[in-house]
Design a protein around this ligand. Sequence first.
Ligand SMILES: C[S@@+](CC[C@H](N)C(=O)[O-])C[C@H]1O[C@@H](n2cnc3c(N)ncnc32)[C@H](O)[C@@H]1O
Length: 190
Amino acid sequence: MSIRRAVLALAMVVTVLGLAPAAQAQGQPGAPLRTPDVIYVPTPPEVVHAMLTAAKVTKNDVVYDLGCGDGRIVVTAAKEFGARGVGIDIDPQRIKEANENVLKNGVGDRVKILNQDLFESDFREATVVSLYLLPSLNLKLRPKLLKELRPGSRIVSHAFDMGDWTPDQTIDVEGRTVYMWIVPKPGATK
Ligand SMILES: C[S@@+](CC[C@H](N)C(=O)[O-])C[C@H]1O[C@@H](n2cnc3c(N)ncnc32)[C@H](O)[C@@H]1O
């Protein structure tokens, strides 16, 4: 077998066994804590603005972006809305990009970036949570959001809803949907 064919065959075995590079590298420095639940796709700036505006973010808010990517949502929340921000991502590459973004925009005094699995994170401090995940992840996260967030906190999601929890507001931004929910008092019907 030629070297080229041997390399191709090895690559196929790696793919079939599901040993994609990110998973293969787990546990090694610089690798994700585990395989991310969803790949990185950034939210366009106009949608970021619509999400923060729908949540009525002010300087009194603490905005958590669960799966923060390059940190654009928490950076914008700090820079343009005066809020504090916490970005959480499982992927160290995103953490690196988000920290660079924080530095570049001079918001290091108001924004923290944490390399964590969002399902393990404590976000009780948040008054606003932003999401761009998947419908199934929003649903999985819903009990934790309702348990940890105080009544009156806002949740904004780009593109994906939260099952039978009717949003308080739904906005179309150039063909993309933004959902906003206000966390109810315990016992109140959703
Ligand atoms: C679709 S991107 C959204 C990025 C950013 N929120 C935005 O709207 O521009 C989803 C992000 O979630 C991160 N992610 C996936 N699973 C995660 C998990 N279990 N915990 C934390 N972050 C996760 C990915 O690494 C990725 O950066």
